[in-house]
Design a protein around this ligand. Structure first.
Ligand code: MN
Length: 753
C-alpha cells in the first residue's frame, strides 16, 4: 500500500488508533498464555511508533491497516500471539526503514523471520524474467518451507487490502484484484480457508466486473426474502426431529456467493434464475458422548431423509474420505417445499471449525487428523521441492505453484508400469509432454488401456497410457485446448511460436524488400493502409499472410496508390487511461482517442499520445468494441487489449501488474473485429440456408468462415464473423436462436484460429 507522510496525527487520529487496537486487544482468541498479551502490546507500540504520522490512501492513519491484518489473522484464521505480533509489524521493515536486525533484537529471530518473508524485495531483480511480482511471491513462499504462518499472515494482509481496495488508484486496483483471483483465492482454498477464499473471490470479482457484480447482487437481494421464508419452512420439521433425538445443533441458511453464481452462469451458459435455484442449509452439531462423529453424521442424514426425499446422485461423503485440503462434511440434496432442491450440509463443530479456519484449526485438532495432515504435508513437500529446484525461473515457478493449488491429482501408468502424476482433467497430450517434450511434439495419438484414443482424451486414475508418435508430426494449435499442465502448454506454444515467427519474419522481409524496390520507406501509415485493404487486424497477421503467400505483393503499388476508402470510414479507437464506468452511448461520444488521464504515470512515461497505431487486439480472447477491456503494455510498448476475464490477462495482472493500464473504447467506427460463435441443434432441410441468410442480411456482420458438421441428425458448428460491436453480435445471436431447430447459439470467448 502506498502511504504518505504529510501531516502530524490529529487527536481524532490518535483516538481512532486507540479504539481500533482495543477491538483487537479485547477480543483476542487463544492468546492467554503468560506473556502473550504483553508481546502483542509491545509489537503494537513498536509498530505504532514506526508508522507515526503515516497515512493510507484512504486518509486513515496507516497503523489501522496492520491492526486489522492482525485481527483477521487472529479472529478469522485463528493464529496465535506470535503471528498477531508479526502481523502488527508486517509493514515496518518495508515501509519505515527500520532494519530487520532491530526486529530480531526486540522480538526474537522467529518473528523476524516471519517479517522477512512478508517484506518485498527491493531494488534489483532478474531483468530477464521482468517480474518483480513473481520474484516476491517466490520469496514469500521460501519462508513457507519453515513456517506456513507467513502465508497465512500474507492472506490476512491481502484480505484487508481487498476490503479497502476502493481507495486505491484504478490501475493498482486491477493489479491487486487480478493477483487475488489468480493466486490468493486458490491459495486460501488450498489451505482450507473457505470463508476467506469466498470473500476474496467476491471482492476481486466486484472490482473486475463492477456492473455484473451489481446486477447479480441486486437479483440475489430481490430473492432473498422469499428464499429465507422457504428455508424456514424447510427447516422446521428437521429442527423438531433433531430435538426429539436429543441432538444439540445449530441450523442456518446458506446462500451462494456472487462470484460462484457468475462462474456457474459462465460455465453452464445459463441465466441467473437457473443457477440460483439451489437453496442450502447447514447443520453443525455438538457430538454426543456415545457415538462417533461419523456415525452421528449418518444418523442425522437418516433423520432428514425420513422427512425429505434425497436426490440419489447428489450425496457427497467427505466424512469417510476428507477432501485433500482437509474439508470434512456430509452433503446431501433433498426435495424441499415448492419443488425446490435444497442442499443440506452436515458437520460436527470440529469439522466446522476446520472448514472456517482452515490450517490453523488443523493444528488444534492434530492427532485425530492423521490422514488429512498427510495430504497437506504432501503438498508442502511438493512446494519445497519446487523451491529447491534452481532451474525454474520465477514465472515458471508461479505457473507450477498455481497448478499445485488445484489439489486433485490422478495417477496413470506408462506401458512399463511407471507411475505418472497428473492434475485431474489431464489429457493424453499432457501425459506425452510429461514424459518428454520430444514425445509430445511428435505425438499423433494414444493407446489408453490398449484402446486407440485421440490425444484429447481425458485420462482417469489408473489408466495405462502409451503415446503413438510419428516423425513427421507437429504440434497443432488445437492441442492448446486440451492441454492442462503448464509444461505441455508452454512446450506447445514454444513449438508453434517457432513456426509462426519464421513465417512472420519471412513476411516482413518480403514486404520490406518489395517496398525498397518501389522506393517507399516503410512507416506506420503504409502498414495501416495495407491492414485496411486486406482487412487484417495487426502487423503480425499482415506479415504472416505475406509469408504464407496469401497476399500478392505485385499489386502493392496499386494498393498503396488507392485513396483511403471513402472519408466516411472511421475506426474504433481505444482511449488509454480514465476508464471510468460510462454508458455505451457516453463512451461513443467521448472526445478524442488517446485521451490521457494524467493520473497514470505509465502513460506519461510511455508517451502514447498517438495510441492510434499502438494497440493490438489480444489473440487469446479477441475483445471487440462493447466488451469490457483492459490494456497490457508489452515490452515493445504496444498496448495489447484483453478482456479482463481472459485467463491470460489475469495472469498478466499477477505477474506484470505494473504494465496493466486501463483502456476503453471510444468513438464509433466501422472497423471489423473477428468473433466466433458456436451453434448446435437438430438438422432439417434448409436450416443452414436460413442461418447463412440471417448472417448475410445482418448489415454489420460479415461471415469469414463457417464450419458445420452433422451426425445422427444433430448438427454442430462454428462461424467466424467480422463484427463492429458486441451489439451487432448479440443481435445476430438473438435472431439465430429464434430459428426453428437451433438449440443454442453462443459466443466463444476464447479461440485460436
Ligand atoms: Mn500490508
Amino acid at each position: 500500500m502506498v502511504k504518505t507522510k504529510t501531516k502530524i496525527f490529529t487527536s481524532e487520529d490518535i483516538d481512532r488508533i486507540e479504539s481500533e487496537y482495543r477491538l483487537l486487544r479485547d477480543n483476542l482468541y487463544r492468546c492467554d498464555k503468560a506473556g502473550e498479551k504483553e508481546l502483542i502490546d509491545k509489537a503494537f507500540r513498536f509498530a505504532n511508533e514506526a508508522h507515526r504520522d503515516m497515512y493510507r490512501n484512504s486518509g486513515e492513519p496507516y497503523i489501522i491497516h496492520p491492526i486489522n491484518v492482525a485481527r483477521i489473522a487472529n479472529q478469522e484464521i485463528g493464529l496465535g500471539a506470535r503471528s498477531v505480533s508479526a502481523a502488527l509489524l508486517h509493514d515496518v521493515v518495508e515501509d519505515t526503514g527500520i532494519p530487520l536486525e532491530e526486529i530480531a533484537k526486540q522480538f526474537g529471530p522467529k518473528i523476524a523471520s516471519l517479517i522477512d518473508g512478508l517484506t518485498k524485495i527491493s531494488g534489483t531483480y532478474n531483468k530477464e524474467t521482468n517480474s518483480l511480482q513473481a520474484e516476491n511471491f517466490r520469496k514469500m513462499l521460501m519462508t513457507l518451507s519453515d513456517d506456513i504462518r507467513v502465508i497465512l499472515i500474507k492472506i490476512a494482509d491481502r484480505l484487508h487490502n481487498m476490503r479497502t481496495l476502493d481507495s486505491m488508484p484504478e490501475h493498482k486496483r486491477m493489479k491487486v484484484a487480478g493477483e487475488t483471483i489468480y493466486l490468493y483465492a486458490p491459495l486460501a482454498h488450498r489451505l482450507g480457508l473457505f470463508a476467506i477464499k469466498t470473500e476474496l473471490e467476491d471482492l476481486s470479482f466486484k472490482f473486475r466486473h463492477p456492473r455484473i457484480y451489481e446486477e447479480i447482487a441486486r437479483k440475489v437481494k430481490m430473492d432473498e426474502k422469499k428464499n429465507l421464508a422457504l428455508i424456514n419452512r424447510f427447516s422446521l420439521p428437521i429442527i423438531e426431529e433433531l430435538n426429539e433425538n436429543n441432538i444439540i445443533f445449530d441450523i442456518s441458511g446458506r446462500f451462494k456467493s456472487i462470484y460462484s453464481i457468475w462462474k456457474k452462469m459462465q460455465s453452464k451458459n445459463i441465466p441467473f434464475e437457473e443457477v440460483y435455484d439451489l437453496l442450502a442449509v447447514r447443520i453443525v452439531f455438538e457430538p454426543g458422548p456415545d457415538m462417533s462423529e461419523r456415525a452421528q453424521c449418518w444418523q442425522i442424514y437418516s433423520l432428514i431423509t425420513d422427512i425429505y426425499t434425497p436426490k440419489p446422485d447428489r450425496l457427497r461423503d467427505w466424512v469417510s474420505r476428507p477432501k485433500s485440503n482437509g474439508y470434512e462434511a456430509l452433503h446431501l440434496t433433498v426435495m424441499g417445499p415448492e419443488g425446490r432442491w435444497v442442499e443440506v450440509q452436515i458437520r460436527s463443530q470440529r469439522m466446522d471449525d476446520i472448514a472456517e479456519r482452515g490450517f490453523a484449526a488443523h493444528w488444534k485438532y492434530k492427532g485425530d487428523m492423521s490422514q488429512t495432515e498427510s495430504e497437506l504435508d504432501k503438498w508442502l513437500k511438493h512446494i519445497r521441492e519446487m523451491l529447491a529446484n534452481p532451474m525454474s525461473d520465477p514465472l515458471t515457478f508461479l505457473d507450477e505453484f498455481k497448478m499445485s493449488l488445484f489439489s486433485s491429482e490422478i495417477m496413470v501408468f506408462t506401458p512399463k508400469g511407471l507411475l505418472v502424476n497428473l492434475p485431474k482433467g489431464a489429457s493424453a497430450i499432457d501425459f506425452a509432454y510429461e514424459i518428454h517434450t520430444d514425445i509430445g511434439n511428435k505425438a499423433i495419438g494414444a493407446k489408453v488401456n490398449y484402446k486407440l484414443s485421440p490425444l484429447s482424451v481425458t485420462l482417469q486414475s489408473g489408466d495405462q497410457v502409451e503415446i503413438i508418435t510419428s516423425n513427421i508430426a507437429r504440434p497443432e494449435k488445437d492441442w492448446l485446448q486440451y492441454a492442462h499442465t503448464a509444461k505441455a502448454k508452454n512446450a506447445i506454444k514454444d513449438a508453434l511460436r517457432d513456426e509462426s515467427t519464421d513465417r512472420i519474419q519471412k513476411g516482413r522481409d518480403l514486404l520490406e524488400k518489395k517496398l525498397t524496390e518501389l522506393g517507399i520507406v516503410p512507416n506506420s501509415d503504409i502498414i495501416k493502409k495495407l491492414l485496411d485493404n486486406y482487412e487484417l487486424l495487426n502487423k503480425d497477421e499482415l506479415y504472416s499472410h505475406i509469408g504464407l503467400g496469401l497476399i500478392n505483393l505485385d499489386e502493392l503499388r496499386k494498393v498503396l496508390k488507392r485513396a483511403p476508402e471513402g472519408s466516411l470510414r472511421k475506426y474504433w479507437q481505444l482511449a488509454v487511461g480514465g476508464a471510468g464506468r460510462k454508458s455505451p452511448e457516453e463512451k461513443e461520444n467521448s472526445p478524442a482517442p488517446g485521451t490521457i488521464d494524467k493520473s497514470h504515470p505509465y502513460l506519461l512515461r510511455e508517451n502514447v499520445a498517438n495510441t492510434g497505431n499502438s494497440y493490438v487486439i489480444a489473440d487469446c480472447c479477441k475483445p471487440i468494441p462493447g466488451d469490457e477491456v483492459m490494456g497490457y503494455l508489452d515490452h515493445s510498448n504496444s498496448i495489447i487489449v484483453h478482456k479482463p476475464k481472459c485467463p491470460v490477462a489475469i495472469k498478466l495482472m499477477s505477474s506484470e501488474g505494473n504494465r496493466i493500464i486501463p483502456v476503453r473504447w471510444t468513438i464509433h467506427k466501422l472497423a471489423s473485429f473477428l468473433a466466433r460463435i458456436s451453434i448446435d441443434g437438430i438438422d432439417r432441410i434448409g436450416l443452414i440456408n436460413e442461418v447463412t441468410n440471417i448472417i448475410s442480411t445482418e448489415l454489420n456482420v460479415n461471415i469469414r468462415n463457417m464450419n458445420v458438421s452433422v451426425y445422427d441428425g444433430i448438427f454442430e458448428g462454428t462461424i467466424d464473423l467480422y463484427v463492429h460491436h458486441t451489439r451487432d453480435l448479440n443481435n445476430l445471436i438473438l435472431q439465430m436462436s429464434n430459428v426453428k431447430g437451433i438449440a443454442s447459439v453462443k459466443r466463444i470467448e476464447e479461440f485460436i484460429e
